[in-house]
Design a protein. Structure first.
Lengths: 145, 231
């Protein structure tokens, strides 16, 4: 801590070597750190296709399916009122809801939130309706818009 | 400004030092640690082995971030590390080269200890823990080899796990125990994974602790001829 600068040739040579080694080690440490940071940055997941469609025959009346749409889970149902799709994340704390065909409603397993088949809240803690994802049935295919 | 920062840093250092005694500890064990005169390159091998061990731990933890231990996905996850993840190839190859370097350095270390007679009294426990560490290193290399679940690793493990079979009576039982079944299966991969990333590293670190503690307690072995009063 309290080193004084010595002007004798030997001392300055020692100082030069000292700082050279320190500098090289710092460079090496920085390069390694850069490598590790780049390694750990989440790599982008390639989405297979932007235009998603599923055959209507995959979900007969009363059933549902969960698909990956733009990286998030979307639940598609074939209920009494026809085909509809919602962002499957519950509006309370983001758990994935499931479709209960007997009651024609969505049920969230985390805190027992319930939604009807248009996504409106029936009971439980969710503050708002499920987010609608627009779909259309074209030639027996459910097409995501 | 700089003097203020320096003052605060010193105050923090004093605060830590008062509660840990780190100043005297660094002085005694690091900056003013006395070693015997005339040390040569052969004395660096233990430190080199420690460096390789640390590199293996760092690269191993990084590989663990992307590796998936399952027969379905492990090969694909290794391919992803090699081809897609930035610097993944470097980290995986470092881990593989490091495993070879570890055995190479340990054998050289052992040779120097044998030739200089450093294993003799009172250093027997240091020697025995060192021997155990060599065998554990071989075991960790062996268990790590299966993890990519490639053709090479699958068949190499099939052949190597067959080795204990000719042992009378208990041979087939040992083979079954290592494989977790009659043949190499997903269970084999899982038990090798558990051994490779948890069990063996934990035991190795504990033994390295004992080994280094004894090296410091007993001091570095000095084989230079002494004036014998008794002879």
């Amino acid at each position: 801590m309290s080193e004084t600068i010595d002007k004798t040739p030997q001392a300055s040579r020692r100082g030069f070597l000292h700082w050279s080694i320190f500098g090289l080690l710092s460079l090496w440490a920085l390069a390694s750190l850069n490598m590790i940071v780049q390694f750990l940055i989440p790599p982008p997941r390639a989405h297979k296709s932007k235009d998603l469609s599923i055959p209507l025959s995959q979900i007969p009346p009363g059933t549902s399916t969960v698909v990956n749409f733009k990286g998030s889970p979307v639940i598609v149902i074939n209920g009494d009122l026809g085909v509809a799709a919602f962002d499957a994340a519950c509006t309370h704390l983001g758990c994935v809801v499931k479709w209960v065909p007997d009651q024609q409603s969505f049920y969230c397993p985390c805190h027992a939130g319930k939604f009807d088949q248009t996504g409106k809240v029936i009971s439980g803690p969710p503050p708002e309706a499920l987010h609608v994802v627009k779909v259309e049935v074209v030639n027996d295919n459910i097409v995501f818009l | 400004m700089m003097t203020w920062i320096k003052k605060q840093a010193l105050a923090l250092y004093d605060w830590v030092d008062y509660r840990t005694g780190i100043h005297d500890l660094t002085k005694d064990q690091l900056t003013e640690y006395r070693v015997p005169p005339k040390l040569n390159k052969w004395y660096s091998l233990g430190g080199l082995a420690l460096f390789v061990l640390i590199m293996q731990l760092v690269t191993g933890v990084l590989l663990l971030v992307y590796y998936v231990p399952s027969t379905e996905e492990s090969f694909a996850s290794v391919q992803r590390i090699m081809l897609e993840i930035p610097y993944g190839w470097l980290i995986r190859v470092s881990h593989a080269v490091g495993s070879h370097a570890m055995i190479f350095v340990l054998i050289l270390h052992m040779v120097s200890v044998v030739f200089m007679g450093s294993y003799k009294k009172p250093r027997e426990i240091t020697w025995l823990t060192g021997c155990a560490l060599l065998f554990l290193s071989l075991a960790i290399c062996f268990t790590g080899y299966l993890l990519p679940w490639s053709q090479l690793s699958f068949w190499a493990t099939t052949v190597a796990t067959n080795i204990p079979e000719p042992i009378p009576f208990i041979g087939p039982w040992i083979v079954k125990l290592i494989r977790g079944g009659e043949s190499i299966s997903p269970d084999t991969l899982n038990r090798f994974f558990a051994l490779h990333v948890v069990v063996i590293p934990a035991v190795m670190l504990a033994l390295v602790g004992v080994h280094l503690f004894l090296v410091r307690v007993l001091g570095i072995s000095d084989p230079s001829p002494k004036k014998n009063k008794d002879d």
